[in-house]
Design a protein. Structure first.
Length: 429
């Protein structure tokens, strides 16, 4: 069942089908750019709200996680108004979006290519077959199998869900006791739309020591074109919570032949020819080792920071490759940007939460509160990305100024704890 809403604005811009949008604070900048040069038809499961100002039309469907629900609506739309491209940046929906593109004969219409990215075990198999440097990885389904795999690989090992993004469920086990403690955490981590594996749902992997980076790329007819490179800030060990990112608008690694070869080698191994990717590496003493390739733009405002510090528009690049057009990758600035996410210091019910604007640095770009008074939240591992209570972005002219400003911005968050009710306090005594 679907309902449709349209803004009657016929023009010659390419017609782009977008599958879902995500949180407006993290994705609105993409729609704002794309709407200038493309007519956007949106598939979503509720009436469009903030999206309305950017779209040409919308179809409300019962499910945007199921390709079988969306394909008939896409075919009907294509009959009325030819679709030039299909775009999606939501991890849970990139595979069904690819199936729609396949039916329509459009770029990115290779579900097997996308599945090799979504399923991290398939990624590892493809990389191993092509000789891409990566951590050794063994898929397991039980604690006993995980213990055997770790003994074979050697501690420390990383436990990782097979098909979940954002470092959810990823944890470092230093020894057998740590693996026993954390295996259930990795195995039972789940998010809506995640691929479900009854067997071998967890990867036991060699720990690749070194800083972690991510590279967002536009892939056009097999050509891998980097948009931006982000240096990841991790917290809450032994978990791999992504608490921030730094982006250099002229990062020398993007001109490093070894890094370019690593990117091209990884995409070739996956047979990834058209679309957007978010590729993660660990910079080990022996060179970059591939961690994963996601068949979508990165999250956590990384592409936004890339746009702010380079001038390359990730939304327009994504729309272009979805429509089979060469993306404009011309930078027009060289700045530095950072994002930092804030969490409660311990499990608590928030009494008040606000940002002291007088304490923010001059280079502040965004300062946003995400939580509300009365919410009970916890830091990772219980909180993970859903436990983020605020975030800050800064843009500066030097790396030093950027690093200093993001710390100053994060310190401007003021949280108070709501006292426990008297009866609860009495029960604890």
């Amino acid at each position: 069942m679907s309902s449709e809403h349209a803004n009657q604005r016929p023009d010659e811009r390419p017609h782009l089908l977008l599958i879902s949008t995500g949180d407006h604070q993290f994705r609105e900048y993409l729609l704002e750019s794309i709407a200038e040069q493309y007519r956007i038809h949106l598939f979503l499961t509720a009436e469009p709200q903030w999206e309305q100002r950017y779209i040409d039309a919308a179809t409300v469907l019962s499910d945007t996680l199921d390709a079988e629900v969306m394909i008939p609506a896409a075919l009907e739309l294509n009959e009325r108004d030819r679709i030039d491209g299909v775009l999606c940046w939501d991890e849970a929906r990139i595979l069904p979006a690819s199936k729609i593109a396949q039916v329509l004969g459009l770029p990115g219409g290779d579900p097997e290519m996308v599945l090799r990215c979504r399923d991290k075990h398939l990624t590892r198999e493809a990389m191993a077959a092509a000789g891409v440097p990566q951590p050794r990885s063994i898929a397991v389904g039980t604690l006993e199998a995980a213990l055997d795999a770790a003994a074979e690989i050697g501690y420390p090992v990383v436990l990782k869900p097979r098909a979940i993004a954002a470092s959810l469920g990823v944890v470092l086990a230093h020894d057998e006791a740590g693996l026993r403690e954390h295996f259930t955490f990795a195995r039972e981590m789940n998010v809506p739309g995640a691929l479900i594996y009854d067997d071998q749902a967890v990867l036991v992997e060699e720990y690749a020591d070194g800083p972690e980076i991510s590279v967002d790329c536009a892939v056009f007819q097999g050509q891998v074109r980097p948009i931006c490179l982000a240096h990841k800030v991790l917290g809450y060990p032994p978990y791999f919570e992504e608490i921030g990112h730094f982006v250099d608008g002229a990062d020398p690694m993007l001109a490093d032949p070894q890094m370019i070869r690593a990117l091209e080698h990884a995409h070739a191994a996956l047979g990834f020819t058209d679309g957007m990717t978010h590729t993660e590496f660990r910079l080990t003493p022996s060179g970059p080792k591939l961690i994963e390739v996601n068949a979508r733009l990165g999250g956590d405002l990384i592409p936004y920071l890339g746009m702010r510090v380079t001038g390359i528009d990730p939304g327009l690049a994504a729309a272009a490759v979805a429509c089979g057009r060469e993306p404009d990758m011309t930078p027009d600035r060289k700045l530095f940007g950072a994002v930092r996410f804030s969490y409660v210091p311990h499990e608590m019910t928030i009494g008040s939460i606000e940002i002291d604007e007088a304490a923010l640095p001059a280079s502040i770009d965004r300062a946003m509160v995400r939580a509300q008074p009365g919410q009970r939240l916890a830091p990772p591992p219980a909180g993970t990305v859903w436990g983020r209570v605020a975030y800050f972005t800064v843009v500066a002219e030097t790396a030093e100024a950027c690093a200093s400003a993001i710390e100053q911005a994060a310190a401007a968050l003021v949280i108070t704890e709501q006292p426990r009710p008297v009866q609860d306090a009495e029960q604890l005594t």
